[in-house]
Ligand binder design. Structure first.
Ligand code: HEC
Ligand code: HEC
Length: 385
């Protein structure tokens, strides 16, 4: 087969178009005014002080960190239990997008330790409400605060103050900026928010892979033409590092031999069965099966955003009749993914002739274009199904 010659720039533009079309089609439609529609959770008086919020115990509860005084030299900076709540609209947006929208407010209500003994055993049991703190994100009112987050305290004993001024950034914001897991919020201690974020990631992924090309003729054609740029795929943009790169060889002969022998089948994680591909691999829409080595799956398990060097995934590609007829491989060869150059890409649909590969090398534009929307270039969502 002869492939029409395209410059890398043509391919890039092309991919831009295909990816842009996909993005337009796949981004779930959110009302443009999602955040305008969000009711203000807190109000401010004319001199900029926040009024003590009311009704927050009917918001969504996200978790209770506990820094008991008796484990903190008798007096913890934020005493005892911290019951944290978020307003329902902000949680709904976070679930959908994985981001805290403008106007997000979290309330942390401090509760004393009451009893340390119950019929169920020894422990810390909640006593009385003792204090109230608030964090709010407001891109207009707090446009000069880091991350647009401002922090308030209504006191650590009752009666609470009716209003409070924002603290200077170094008192509160700085520690949140340094140590909080997601946008100044300590989601690492709030299981409800972590679960919401995973939900958002899953629906984004479902949106991506549900694009199986059968629903959009234009995309299907675009992706086919795209796959035809195979000549380009054999001209990678970066050099593949020589030498030991972990679990798979990268040489033309060695790699082919390795794949034919099925050595990747011993990888730590694999899909339990084949499924139709959402990508252009092999004959469009053929079943595929994805494997990931321990370097990759361990990093995903611990929620790492950037995968370490040595992370490998192999995708088996089958014919309609269920015959294994090729492989797609990606191997991370550098700490920095460098827009796709830090990955080694390989694809073949010939199980007997090693020289007849589709793509091979670091920074293959035809591969990283689509993959750039993945999690450090990996499109299959983890854990594998
Ligand atoms: C030394 C670090 C540190 C400083 C300084 C700090 N916080 Fe926090 N803050 C935390 C941690 C850790 C959590 C989550 C766990 C917990 O509540 O103990 C938290 C949670 C919160 C929350 C719940 C929402 C969220 O972002 O997770 C509010 C509200 C809050 N802090 C307000 C304040 C206010 C007001 C100040 C300044 C008076 C302040 N914080 C200063 C570490 C800090
Ligand atoms: C048009 C988009 C697209 C292009 C171009 C593309 N892929 Fe993929 N790739 C996918 C999708 C979607 C998946 C997820 C599994 C599936 O549905 O096939 C995937 C999965 C993979 C996987 C399994 C790990 C993962 O990221 O999920 C490997 C390995 C892979 N592709 C390698 C390649 C190589 C090598 C190339 C270039 C020759 C390439 N891909 C080009 C869309 C693409």
């Amino acid at each position: 087969m002869r492939f029409e010659w395209m410059t890398r720039d043509t391919v890039r533009t092309y991919m831009g178009l295909v990816v842009a079309t996909m993005v337009v089609l796949l981004v779930p439609s959110t009302p443009a005014s999602a955040q305008d529609a969000m009711k203000a959770a807190v109000s401010f008086d004319s001199d900029g002080a926040m009024q003590r919020p009311k009704g927050y115990r009917e918001w969504i509860y996200v978790g209770t960190p506990l820094t008991p005084n008796d484990m903190n030299g008798g007096s913890a900076p934020f005493p005892e239990f911290h019951n944290v709540y978020i307003q329902p609209d902000a949680l709904a947006a976070y679930k959908r997008t994985g981001k805290f929208p403008d106007g997000t407010t979290l309330v942390k209500e401090l509760v004393s330790v009451g009893s340390k003994q119950a019929t169920s055993g020894k422990g810390y049991f909640m006593g009385e409400f003792i204090g109230l703190e608030v964090a709010t994100k407001d891109t207009k009112r707090f446009k000069d605060e880091p991350g647009n987050w401002a922090y308030f305290s209504f006191g650590h004993e009752y009666p609470l103050a009716d209003k409070a001024k924002a603290f200077p950034a170094q008192s509160c914001n700085a520690c949140h900026a340094n140590s909080a897991a997601d946008d100044f919020v300590f989601t690492q201690y709030y299981p409800v928010l972590r679960e919401a974020k995973r939900g958002a990631a899953r629906s984004a992924e479902a949106g991506h892979t549900s694009h199986d090309g059968t629903t959009c003729e234009e995309c299907k054609a675009g992706i086919r033409r795209f796959a035809m740029a195979a000549g380009i795929a054999r001209k990678p943009s970066a050099e593949t590092p020589v030498g030991a790169l972990g679990e798979i060889p990268t040489g033309i002969e060695d790699l082919h031999k390795y794949l034919v022998a099925g050595k990747y089948k011993g990888f730590a994680a694999s899909e339990s069965e084949t499924h139709p591909s959402a990508g252009p691999h092999s004959r469009f829409g053929s079943p595929v099966k994805v494997y990931m080595n321990a370097v990759m799956s361990d990093a995903f398990k611990t929620g790492k955003k950037a995968l370490p060097k040595g992370a490998v995934s192999v995708k088996e590609m089958f014919s309609k009749e269920g015959q294994l007829d090729g492989w797609a491989v990606m191997l991370k060869t550098a700490d920095d993914s460098a827009g796709g150059d830090g990955w080694f890409w390989y694809e073949t649909t010939n199980t007997s002739d090693p020289s007849d590969y589709v793509a091979r090398g670091n920074g293959v534009a035809m591969c990283y274009g689509c993959h750039s929307s993945g999690s450090d270039f990996v499109l299959t969502s983890f854990p594998l199904k």
